[in-house]
Design a protein around this ligand. Structure first.
Ligand code: SF4
Ligand code: SF4
Length: 116
């Protein structure tokens, strides 16, 4: 799984409302590990809760298909960018959301687009 993150950093600016990440709140909801360039300063050792791929493997795969999981996460990212009025990011994320489930299926010389 590859998550189509646009690196807006908005999820890391809202940790105050997430119980598992509250300890990282700098007092205004922003994670103390978020860098000036909107990246995670502890990316390699970031909390399990921040790792979208591991969260799926360990927790959500028992409840959701990978496509559904990606879509639901993307819906949060889209909403955060809508609220921040970052329309370029929102459009990119909406396109990624619409593309999930499209699989290029090759049989011999033929390519078929499948949608779930
Ligand atoms: S809000 Fe979504 S797109 Fe933006 S950094 Fe977080 S995971 Fe990536
Ligand atoms: S630890 Fe890193 S990925 Fe997790 S909220 Fe903070 S900056 Fe974001």
């Amino acid at each position: 799984m590859v998550y189509p993150c646009v690196k807006c950093g908005l999820c890391c600016r809202n940790v105050g409302i997430i119980e598992q990440l509250r300890e990282f709140d700098n007092g205004s909801g922003i994670c103390v590990n978020l860098t000036q360039d909107k990246l995670c300063g502890i990316y390699v050792s970031r909390p399990f809760f921040c790792n979208v791929v591991d969260m799926y493997k360990e927790v959500f795969r028992h409840h959701l298909s990978e496509h559904e999981y990606l879509k639901r996460n993307l819906e949060v990212c889209i909403e955060l960018n809508r609220q921040a009025r970052n329309f370029e990011n929102r459009e990119t994320l909406q396109k990624a959301h619409a593309d999930i489930g499209n699989v290029l299926y090759r049989t011999g010389n033929r390519s078929v687009m499948l949608k779930d």
